[in-house]
Design a protein. Sequence first.
Length: 220
Amino acid sequence: MSPQTVELETDRIHVGVIEDHPLYRAAVARVLEEAADIELGGVADSVARFAVCGQHPGSVVVLDLKLRGVADAAAVLEVNGMGHKVLVVSAHAGKNEVLGAMGAGAHGYLSKDVDGDELLRAIRTIAAGNTYVSPTLASMVLDASHDRNAGPPIELSEREKQVLALVASGERDVDIAENLGISVRTVRSYLDRIRDKTGERRRAGLTKIAIKAGLVQPAS
């Protein structure tokens, strides 16, 4: 194998699939196998069966919500706990499902009427460390956030807004520190203030607030 081939293999995005509908599972797998920059790994019909597939650490996992055994937000939590990034692709795209999955730490959410191009775009976006929510579902998240947070606007300093925008873009604390030229400890101090002001502890919740505030745009 040439050095160039090794480099290409290293740069590929590792992706797993958990989907209990055989035809849809096969269709998703085919789309992923045909993408030159994606390495398809474990494909299973449940979280339990996926857990024994030996999926590459830090993969993007395409996850259906309505599964046998562990399902819904619990499935998102469990796959996150394996060290992967979750992209939910579900026929159930109601407010409760979307907000529950994002609150559990999903990095993206698509409905099953998505085409192959958008599926790949979402996977690449998440692999790059960002979040991806389709425009239709993003508006739902914004509406729900508005209903829940009705009241006086949250006052953030300019630096807090910068930190929040970078969190919503999927940046780690160390990356935010490097980007803004401050220490990781200072970044975490700003995050503590933001959490105190917003009442949101999870990064998924902070991402919703950032979108609502216009600090970051939902995927288009």
